[in-house]
Ligand binder design. Sequence first.
Ligand SMILES: [Zn+2]
Length: 398
Amino acid sequence: MGCADAAGGWAVPQRWQYLSAAPTWFPHWLQNGIYFFIRGFRALRSLAPWRGPAGGPDHANIFAMKLLLPVLLLASAGLLSAAKNLEVYFIDVEGGQATLVVPPGGDSLLIDAGWPGHNHRDAERIAAAAKAAGVKRIDYLVITHFHTDHVGGVPQLAEKLPILNFVDHGTSVETDKDAQILFAEYKARRDKGNHITVKPGDTIPVKNLDVRVVEAAGEPIAAALPGAGQSNPDCATFRKQDADPTENAQSVGLAITFGEFRMVDLGDLTWNKEYALVCPENKIGHADVFVVSHHGMNISNSPQLVHALAPRVAIMDNGARKGGTPQAWQILHQTPGIQDIWQLHYAVAAGKDHNSSDTVIANLDEACQGDWLKLTAERDGSFTVLNSRNKYEKSYKK
Ligand SMILES: [Zn+2]
């Protein structure tokens, strides 16, 4: 409370005097609002006939505080409710990946950093999402694999945001010159932070979130996750594709669990590697949200995997002309229980029959603004997805 000045009112020598004890998360817009509210009341009070005598009780100020208290309580409740959910931003990096995961408490996990070049486009889009999420640094950067649409953006991102922990599967398996240069540029940044090489079964220690590595360096978890391990009836009809010697098959795959909510992201893991994760038994179990593998390419996303995960919602980080194949879209579309396939882009080559309705696509035109999809999940397993382009929002019950 402010002290009484000589005229019987409050002394307000410092703008933030009332809020000197406000915690750091208390936002400036709310501080500003309170300040102007009180200042407005002081101005009104100077005109008020019911103003008390000098030195007497200050009824106007007491009245102001009575009005202000519920406003403060409501605002705080709103902030706390925002802070108790998991937020995930699916950032459009036009056919690469950059997914920002922010649990309550503000630790940040970024899965991949998009492309290099493009006049810092991807680093700026990631920084914009981080700002929207109230994130000032990346606590854990998971690089699923060392391909340019995932790791290429790291040097530019590191110029915009501090990155504390670099999490990956170790070293690139690709030995050609371009791959080695790409890896060396990443490693130069990685060497400035803390490096964590993960193995299947490891946990990435993001606060208030269970982040389990289910696949890394071509190997699946040895044992099923708790609650999983069901036999998978689709395994009998699995047809192998050609072996994949690239970094895609080395992808770090994550099962991210927040209370009853689970999201699965396997990076660009390819078809044959999916088999060992879900056959003969499903080691991951059910996912509420499946981040469609490999931007929706058809050398990933086997029916054995997708049907075993049985997601309610799929989110595809495709580009206008990358990923988003009709075959992968159709497998997702035919998954029992699936309600929506959200897409970062309209997939030009797939045509209307193999794209979702415009409402759930973040970017319709090839020359786009880089709109994102934002997921907000609650501990009870319910979640909401928002399209930043048209502000369309849909909730999915637990
Ligand atoms: Zn990719």
